[in-house]
Design a protein around this ligand. Sequence first.
Ligand SMILES: C[S@@+](CC[C@H](N)C(=O)[O-])C[C@H]1O[C@@H](n2cnc3c(N)ncnc32)[C@H](O)[C@@H]1O
Length: 360
Amino acid sequence: MKLGLSRACLYSCSCAPIFSSSMPSLTTIKPKIPVFLRPPTYLVTSLDLQKWHGWAKNLASSVGSSLVESDNGPDSTLLCREINWLLEDSLENRSSSSRFSFSQYKYDTSGKNESVMLRISLDDLYQLWKQRIEERRPFQYIVGCEHWRDLVLSVQEGVLIPRPETELIVDLVHDVVSNYEELGQGMWADVGTGSGAIAIGIRRIFGSYARVIATDLSPVAVSVATFNVQRYGLQDVIEVRQGSWFEPLKDVEGQLVGIVSNPPYIPSDNISGLQAEVGRHEPRVALDGGASGMDYLLHLCNGAAAMLKPGGFFAFETNGEKQCEFLIDYMQNDIAGSFCNLNIVSDFAGIQRFVTGFRQ
Ligand SMILES: C[S@@+](CC[C@H](N)C(=O)[O-])C[C@H]1O[C@@H](n2cnc3c(N)ncnc32)[C@H](O)[C@@H]1O
């Protein structure tokens, strides 16, 4: 698994930031506030910031393509782009209310060495960039957010950074509710929700009556998903529950019109070979799918048969062609009669990625 490192979209989110004071007491873990949502309280001189910038670029350049060669990690060009993104998130933007591009930023050249306001201290900037290069800490954990579809989602250690390929699940659900309107008005579940990405993405395309229940075993994920749901003002229509797979959904057994999931599906032996940003920093509970990677996908298939209403839809993400074919074979033979209209869907890279179908 490679960590997608593109900043997909500009900050088009118009939702109001919420802070920990308005969080429910769902879990005791307090979510971290992403850098771009923090108040700009640190005054630094333009010269000191330029000094940091030069130091950060030198460190990034020293990497060259060595990380690409070792484990398909980032090269200097990408790292230099990340420096600009880090500055975009850290600097107070005084020119307009919209986000700005650092490439348009001009350091003070008047000789007056004017001050600028930052959302994190200069010391933290030095420390964070050292962590990025020396420890391979993922950029998204450094800035505390990831751009996913038109969303800017809060992420932190303990929560999987949502991947670009997973964005397609929202399109698959959009297609299905366009064809079967009643599905867009019922109750859905996103199991193993992580940051809440899929739950938020699908809820935004449903009619006003639809509800989504998002579950996760990890208390950090539950806390971060709750934060993201609230930031997008969806707390009345998305409920975040903690527990293992369908266990927190017993009260809605047989009532769901849709289930979506991107479960852990990497075979255990493959985890050590992952890009350092992923293998060293992302939670193992979000990656490891057991010896063949299929443990949770099979569990989801079995559970979905009991959880879905007849005619209900499911979409599961997999590791690729082999897992897709295994799942289809399992559903057609081992649990024959449970599902129909089974389909394999490829991602943007042409990799067979998703299995979809309907409860018979
Ligand atoms: C591959 S991550 C996907 C996260 C998110 N849905 C996404 O696409 O970005 C798998 C998620 O499953 C969760 N998970 C692992 N074991 C679980 C279990 N037994 N019950 C519920 N969730 C679990 C992990 O905590 C993680 O958030």
